[in-house]
Design a protein. Structure first.
Lengths: 206, 229
């Protein structure tokens, strides 16, 4: 009989070392499996769409790996990163040994990921265990989201703010000179929102 | 349209964010605006109408009417200050009456040459378009004692927190006519025609005299003064 529902991980967490929007960051993943790993099994970590891999980097994205001592140190297969935003951890269980370790724990550190472009909470990472025939053993995405923090707008060329008149209650055109930390994409998805202090009166019109 | 703050005080902070798809990318929330400058109070077409005494006789205690044209609104609880030129004498207390575009509960107090008009806008702000007169009167102000134009009056409107709103430092006042002696009595020592004699004048002035003032006596044509002693 074929089971119809895969098992969930015992636990899984993700965190970014640097939280600023659009910054390149190292991500930490820790997860604990509930099933036993069969020979040739692999773990696939799928990134949310808002996070991408800095493929121009030369170093391996897996800079540190810690797994349960009964497993081989995995190697990373990042061929899926360019097209489908996932990478695989392979080679944990090899040779003639058959199944290894219930409750296997993983702690991996993935460098060169690009944080989300804004502070909206991402959709979920997915961590999944497959056997060598690509059958899903268990997976989870619960709680595997990250939320970036806003970058800094800084004051640009002086004066940062100027108006066409300065006299009390005059109607003016207002100018700002600000420097963004994060590049804005072109097109209608990008916008700038200015909230004036209550001392100003804004009315509709130009 | 963006209207600047209603006084020259420093504002609270702006919040400026960049967004992609409606979510914040970068933000700043430390900017404040401290560059608002005091506005200019408008004056009547005839600028001397800004300050009009009811009596235009020198050194008369009279009611003054003030007429100004704020360019924009006056915020709630704003206070008007009038600094009088030194040649005008203020009473220790006065009564102010509203005429237009100031609340009826206004009250005036005096300290030295400064008149403070409070409670004119205690209930709400007052809008002005630049052609509406802010007008009120104050009693018991003593005109200059001479026909020489005064120095300028300084009008200031400030927020309750003391920040400038509007000001003007232009109008002067020139009274139209001199005060009249209360009484003048002339006595001649000898009444015989054609003889030289001495005359005695007794004056009662209605104005105050200060060091350096001169009396100028012009005799009628039938009396000649050769060398008075």
């Amino acid at each position: 009989m074929t089971p119809t529902t895969s098992t969930s991980f015992a636990s899984a967490q993700v965190a970014a070392l640097t939280s600023t929007v659009n910054a390149e960051s190292t991500y930490f993943f820790s997860f604990k499996l509930t099933t036993i790993l069969p020979i040739g099994s692999y773990v696939r970590i799928t990134l949310p769409s808002a996070i991408s891999y800095q493929s121009t980097s030369g170093t391996d994205i897996l800079s540190t790996v810690s797994v349960s001592s009964t497993l081989n140190t995995p190697t990373v297969d990042k061929t899926g990163l360019s097209s489908s935003s996932y990478f695989d951890l392979t080679g944990m269980v090899t040779g003639t040994s058959q199944y290894r370790t219930r409750d296997a724990t993983f702690f991996i550190q993935v460098a060169k990921l690009l944080n989300p472009p804004n502070i909206a909470t991402t959709s979920s990472f997915t961590v999944a265990l497959y056997d060598s025939s690509n059958n899903l053993y268990e997976s989870t995405s619960t709680g595997l989201t990250v939320t970036a923090t806003a970058g800094a707008l800084s004051e640009g060329t002086s004066p940062t703010m100027s108006a066409t008149s300065t006299s009390v209650l005059d109607s003016v055109d207002f100018s700002f000179s600000l420097q963004t930390q994060t590049a804005l994409t072109t097109g209608s998805a990008a916008s700038i929102v200015v909230t004036f202090p209550s001392e100003f009166t804004l009315t509709t019109g130009t | 349209m963006i209207a600047l703050p209603s006084n020259t005080g420093t504002t609270s902070t702006f919040t400026i964010i960049t967004q992609i798809s409606g979510s914040t990318v970068d933000s700043i929330s430390t900017l404040i605006w401290s560059s608002t400058t005091v506005g200019t109070l408008g004056l009547p077409t005839t600028s001397s109408d800004a300050v009009k005494p009811t009596s235009s006789v020198a050194y008369t205690s009279t009611t003054y009417t003030f007429e100004l044209y704020p360019p924009h609104a006056i915020e709630q609880n704003a206070v008007i200050y009038i600094t009088f030129p030194s040649t005008i004498t203020l009473p220790t207390s006065t009564t102010c009456i509203q005429i237009s575009n100031i609340g009826s509960s206004l009250s005036c107090s005096i300290s030295g040459s400064l008149m403070t008009i409070s409670n004119g806008y205690s209930s709400s702000s007052q809008s002005f378009t630049g052609s509406e007169a802010l007008k009120f009167t104050a009693t018991s102000i003593t005109n200059p004692r001479s026909l020489q134009p005064t120095d300028a009056f300084l009008f200031e409107i400030k927020s309750s927190g003391g920040n400038d709103i509007y000001q003007v430092n232009n109008p002067t006042l020139t009274v139209a006519s001199a005060a009249t002696f209360g009484s003048v009595t002339i006595t001649q020592a000898l009444g015989t025609n054609g003889v030289t004699t001495s005359y005695t004048w007794a004056f009662t002035t209605t104005s105050k005299l200060v060091a350096g003032d001169l009396f100028k006596i012009t005799p009628p044509s039938t009396i000649s003064i050769s060398s008075p002693t």
